[in-house]
Design a protein around this ligand. Structure first.
Ligand SMILES: *[C@@H]1O[C@H](CO)[C@@H](O)[C@H](O)[C@H]1NC(C)=O
Ligand SMILES: *[C@@H]1O[C@H](CO)[C@@H](O)[C@H](O)[C@H]1NC(C)=O
Ligand SMILES: *[C@@H]1O[C@H](CO)[C@@H](O)[C@H](O)[C@H]1NC(C)=O
Length: 504
């Protein structure tokens, strides 16, 4: 019994002693700061541990919290990689090294450790000292780069100048204007802003010399870099209340790095513009086919139309759905217009080909031919009216004959030849004169001439030389003209288009 009591007693004593010892240990560490005297004898991490010890360094406070001065943060960047994304994503990817430089007087250690030239550390050092908090206002996503540990480097010089570098990748928004697509230039920028402190407390500045340097191995696939520049500005903190609960407000210092990219047109020329020119040219083959060759001409027209639409839609897929008209769409409309006109031309020519009546023309030029093809019936009606006005006697016979002619010719084959043989005038008149007269009638200009002919007959030679053209001849004539007109108009369209694209 005694032994058990004594054991419990000794155990209690041991426990009590231990507890007291631990208490003593805690008390002894807390109050006095580690000395910085003879700093040279410590290792780098040991020295930094003393320098940035909680008792003398609060990393939540600004370097200048004692004086209230503005902290100037100088920035520079080295860009390794710019990759504009597909146009419909409206963003670009950037890989860069961002270097910030500021002075933190609390870290000046020249007095304590004169031998030490520099303290260099990575993320662990970043955890111990004050670092400005910047953010990219147009970022879509960003991250520190680094495989094993994040690529952060901090160095502190004896006079307290801190150099903070980090390697980052960021996907940033870039609101592209695609009106001139694919002949457009885009300006995209990276906006760096101070997150926590307003402009009177923290000022961001670009380094004086070459604030942004680009890697010489910068390859942009679809673009060429035309220019780049940097700007410093102050942005209005319009979300001030949300940012810091109303405590701090005002303007925030910001940095901007802008670069201008010109799109490389080569790809679009080879993959879109030249093929579409070829397709348009292909649609002209139809003019060399006969006007009644419906099957080949329709097939050619529709297949060129379809292949062009396929080509264009594969291009359009890569673009955002913006409401304004892009340069590529004007090209699309132009080309589809040409292909469509070639198809319409076929329909027109084919309709004429199937007409039965030959047409007489004052002159063989486009004005008269088109007039005759477009308004054959109108011309005839005008003629009748004119005849009735000019001479009632003659007009009776004429109108009668022309009516007969109309009825007789409509169901039958070649109209005018029939008319001439069936409704001939008295034998005193010779055939050629009648022919010219009847053509005059048809066009509706023969009023005065007829009066003359009616009385004098063959005495007077005909004033105009009229030609007859069969519908087939007219159709061929139109096709022949189209062979020249379509390419010429397309060349004109190209001249206007490319002038607008490159000169505006
Ligand atoms: C930015 O800087 C460039 C050149 O340094 C200058 O041309 C441009 O006007 C500046 N932009 C603004 C908004 O200050
Ligand atoms: C912010 O800047 C604008 C001009 O850039 C100025 O008018 C305004 O007073 C500034 N606001 C504060 C709180 O300093
Ligand atoms: C910046 O914030 C401080 C308080 O943190 C405030 O006293 C000062 O007026 C602000 N400056 C501006 C320009 O808003």
């Amino acid at each position: 019994m005694d032994t058990i009591i004594s054991i419990i007693y000794t155990l209690l004593i041991v426990i009590c002693h231990n507890a007291q010892g631990q208490k003593n240990q805690l008390l002894s560490v807390a109050p006095d700061c580690p000395s910085l005297e003879k700093g040279d004898i410590y290792t780098q991490s040991e020295f930094l541990g003393r320098l940035a010890h909680q008792c003398r360094y609060d990393r939540l406070l600004l370097p200048t919290y004692q004086t209230g001065d503005t902290v100037y943060v100088h920035a520079s960047a080295y860009v390794y990689f710019i990759q504009p994304a597909e146009a419909h994503d409206l963003n670009f990817k950037l890989h860069f090294l961002l270097q910030l430089r500021w002075t933190d007087p609390r870290l000046a250690y020249a007095l304590y450790s004169p031998e030490r030239s520099r303290i260099i550390g990575e993320s662990d050092l970043r955890e111990r000292i004050w670092v400005p908090h910047l953010y990219m206002s147009n970022e879509q996503s960003s991250s520190l780069m680094g495989t094993d540990s994040k690529d952060v480097l901090i160095s502190v010089t004896p006079d307290g100048e801190v150099l903070f570098s980090r390697r980052m990748q960021a996907v940033l928004y870039c609101w592209m204007n695609l009106q001139k697509f694919p002949f457009d230039d885009q300006t995209c920028s990276m906006n760096l802003e101070s997150w926590k402190y307003n402009a009177s407390i923290l000022r961001l500045m670009w380094e004086k010399n070459n604030p942004v340097r680009l890697s010489s191995e910068l390859h942009l696939t679809e673009y060429s870099l035309l220019d780049f520049w940097t700007n410093e500005s102050v942005v209005r903190g319009d979300i001030e209340n949300m940012r810091l609960g109303g405590g701090r407000s005002g303007n925030y210092s910001a940095l901007k790095f802008t670069f201008k990219l010109g799109r490389e047109v080569g790809y679009y020329l080879m993959d879109y513009f030249i093929p579409s020119m070829m397709i348009v040219a292909m649609s002209w083959v139809t003019f060399w086919l006969q006007a009644d060759a419906s099957a080949p001409r329709i097939t050619l027209g529709t297949s060129t139309m379809l292949s062009f639409i396929t080509l264009a839609s594969s291009q359009a897929k890569t673009l955002p759905k913006v409401s304004y008209i892009k340069a590529s769409e004007i090209w699309f409309l132009g080309c589809i217009g040409f292909i469509f006109s070639a198809l319409v031309e076929f329909a027109f020519v084919n309709t004429i080909w199937r007409r039965k009546k030959a047409v007489s023309l004052k002159k063989v030029n486009s004005k008269y031919i088109l007039k005759s093809t477009l308004t054959p019936r109108l011309a005839r009606k005008e003629l009748q009216k004119e005849l009735q006005e000019s001479s009632p006697q003659l007009s009776k016979s004429r109108s009668c004959s022309s009516l007969n002619q109309e009825t007789s010719s409509d169901p039958a084959g070649p109209g005018y030849n029939n008319y001439l043989t069936v409704h001939s005038f008295p034998s005193a008149m010779n055939l050629p004169t009648i022919t010219t007269q009847s053509f005059d009638d048809l066009i509706g200009q023969g009023g005065k001439q007829q009066q003359g002919h009616g009385s004098e007959g063959s005495d007077e030679p005909p004033k105009h030389t009229w030609t007859t053209m069969t519908p087939q001849e007219i159709a061929t004539w139109i096709d022949k003209r189209s062979r020249i007109m379509f390419p010429l108009l397309f060349i004109l369209f190209n001249i206007i288009y490319w002038t607008f694209v490159y000169c505006l």
